[in-house]
Design a protein around this ligand. Structure first.
Ligand code: ADP
Ligand code: MG
Length: 247
């Protein structure tokens, strides 16, 4: 099995701990009669190197799950371990460091900074982490090369197609060599050709044994992963190999 460098922010080496472990995770919003029980006891284990898609109807709890996976929220009840480390025990500052260094985020709306070039957007997580300028440039260039956009390094987001912008966002998500890449509807705003471009980048990440979790409404997108989870009414109701994985 390929071993990846573990960011120190996730704590000491924990041997063969899974990338993600949920034990009876509950999450809710509001209180009293406005109370919504959005996750109702989720147990989940995702191994390092797995490529997992999460599907489910609107309101089923996907974003709530993603916010916990992404260390934006901690569970009300239950345990979330990221690379073996209990996230619930972390302070806000520590969670921010984990988000910045151990996680890579890709959003439906790309979330690039309009006034910054592709290269500067990709370099941003390194700027926050205090990486020196020459190294930032080198690593951002390499990340853009991986998504096939080295030649567009000096373009502004508005000068790129939607698919190219999303590939820049993927390069930005990768540049810190994260433990986990999280994508929430990454192809939701893309046409089919651009969707294919982004999915082939995910394919290549999966081939490198990166851990990837993608939320999607699109069956075709989900089947590109190795494993498909279905969330309904705050619970994981199905967990199966994708069609591709069974082939
Ligand atoms: P999905 O992403 O699958 O559409 P969500 O995780 O966004 O589902 O929502 C799960 C449930 O929690 C829904 O009933 C939703 O209305 C509720 N919910 C989500 N966010 C909030 C919030 N900030 N305040 C109150 N209720 C919320
Ligand atoms: Mg959602």
């Amino acid at each position: 099995m390929t071993r990846h460098r573990e960011p120190t922010e996730v704590g000491p080496e924990t041997g063969s701990a899974p990338a993600i472990e949920f034990v009876d995770v509950h999450q809710g919003y509001g209180s009293g009669e406005n109370r919504v029980h959005a996750l109702r006891g989720v147990d989940l284990r995702i191994e390092r190197g797995e490529y997992v898609a999460i599907m489910g109807p609107s309101g089923s709890g996907k974003s709530t799950l993603m916010n916990i996976l992404g260390c934006l929220d901690v569970p009300e009840r239950g345990v979330y371990r990221l690379a073996g480390q209990d996230v619930g025990a972390r302070t806000e500052d520590e969670l921010a460091r984990i988000r910045g260094r151990a996680l890579g985020f890709v959003f439906q709306s790309f979330n690039l900074i309009p006034r910054m070039t592709a290269l500067a957007n990709v370099a941003l997580p390194m700027a926050y982490a205090g990486v020196g300028r020459p190294e930032q440039r080198e690593r951002a260039t390499a990340a853009l090369r991986r998504v096939g956009l080295e030649a567009r390094a000096d373009h502004l987001p508005a000068e790129l197609s939607g698919g190219q912008q999303q590939r820049v966002a993927v390069a930005r998500a990768l540049v810190m060599e994260p433990t986990l890449v999280l994508a929430d509807e990454p192809t939701g705003n893309l046409d089919s050709a651009s969707t294919e471009d982004v999915l082939s980048v995910f394919d290549s990440l999966a081939a490198e044994h990166r851990t990837i979790v993608v939320i999607t409404h699109e069956q075709d997108v989900a089947e590109r992963a190795g494993r498909v989870l279905v969330v309904a009414d705050g619970l994981v109701v199905d967990d199966r190999p994708s069609r591709g994985a069974r082939r």
